[in-house]
Design a protein around this ligand. Structure first.
Ligand SMILES: [Zn+2]
Length: 363
């Protein structure tokens, strides 16, 4: 169970009330269910940055990182950044999804596939913000599941970046090149702490995705995906890394010139789907009235909202003699003679061994 992963509209309101008065706060529209969507403004420079988080309501780490960024930015030693940039922040673009801990909005639409149709009030609000602010840089802030690894490093993808494509050919347009060069600076700045935990998201062009759409229209855009760090199911560690990534971003933006080679962007390992939360070995599986001896079982936790906390429910994913997954955790049941009734995509229910498969977090 985690009490940190849920970031509701109520919690946001509470946190925003505590912010320094120098940060402007105003409503820029309402969600499907009528919840206010708030924008913050800090800094008074000529260069505009627009960032938005919780476009997917259950991706909360980057919202938590924004709340670390704001007080840091107001510190006098960061005055150069406040002079140079005007930072516009929409901390929770999808409050209805945030409330229910869902990816989609209240009309069950994925707002990051609505860039062309603009069928949703939340999509129109983001679009209006883009037109009003005409940002020099856009930051599209997301969170990703525990299933991703950073290439074949055997390490989870703790942070993934993407300089989205602007067209089918994935051309390196000036906007895309700018995003790539900034990503390289952030990646290099984090390399001591996260040598193998940074990856690059797939760049197949999809004009329905907002990042692709904005890059296409000439706005450099960076996608951040806050992912998993070993044992960090509360996502506290990655929240700090994203905060560090923001700091490195500002450092990169005030450099006189950025001579990074885009080859270094393509050297960042790509995200691969090769992880599972729990890999159990040497268990006899009963499936479809047959017994399969000494199998491996992959278990993935499903995040379920329950009384303002997130429960991690173990779900059967796959079994085989040998599975192609790296486990965030391993259990070897050799010699224990344990048999499990396997049901695809169903909860691991075994009264005798339930504790074995449940996730323990600090909270
Ligand atoms: Zn997302």
């Amino acid at each position: 169970m985690s009490n940190k992963r849920y970031f509701s509209p109520e919690l946001l309101e509470k946190m925003l009330a505590k912010l320094d008065n120098s940060i402007e706060k105003y409503e820029i529209g309402r969600s499907v269910k009528g919840l206010p969507i708030i924008e913050l403004k800090v800094g008074y420079g000529k260069k505009n940055i627009l960032m938005w988080s919780q476009m997917h309501g259950n991706e909360t780490s980057t919202t938590r990182s924004i709340l670390k960024l704001l007080p840091w930015l107001l510190h006098t030693s960061q005055s150069e950044y406040l002079k140079t940039f005007s930072l516009y922040i929409i901390p929770q673009l999808n409050p209805d999804g945030a409330k229910l801990y869902t990816r989609h909005n209240a009309n069950n639409i994925d707002l990051n596939r609505d860039a062309i149709t603009l069928s949703e009030p939340e999509s129109l609000i983001l679009n209006k913000a883009i037109n009003r602010i005409s940002p020099d840089l856009a930051l599209n802030l997301h969170g990703q599941r525990t299933i991703y690894g950073a290439g074949n490093t055997g390490k989870p993808a703790t942070i993934s970046f993407l300089a989205p494509s602007a067209d089918e050919n994935r051309s390196i347009t000036p906007a895309r090149e700018k995003a790539m060069k900034i990503i390289i600076d952030i990646k290099n700045g984090l390399s001591n702490e996260l040598p193998d935990g940074i990856s690059r998201y797939n760049d197949v062009y999809n004009p329905n995705c907002v990042g692709d759409s904005f890059t296409s229209s000439g706005i450099p855009t960076i996608l951040f995906e806050a992912g998993h760090y070993p044992d960090d199911y509360d996502r506290t560690i990655v929240t700090n890394y994203i905060f560090k990534a923001f700091k490195l971003l500002f450092k990169s933006l005030v450099k006189k010139s950025n001579n990074n080679s885009i080859d270094d962007y393509f050297k960042i390992p790509e995200n691969v789907e090769n992880f599972t939360d729990l890999l159990i070995s040497n268990v006899d599986v009963i499936y479809d009235d047959k017994v399969f001896k000494k199998q491996q079982i992959a278990v993935q936790y499903l995040e379920k909202l329950n009384k303002n906390k997130i429960n991690f429910v173990p779900i059967f994913k796959k079994f085989d003699n040998r599975l192609p997954y790296v486990g965030h955790r391993y259990i070897d049941l050799k010699g224990k003679g344990i048999k499990l009734f396997f049901k695809y995509n169903e909860e691991v229910k075994d009264p005798e061994h339930n504790k074995l498969f449940s996730l323990k977090t600090n909270n």
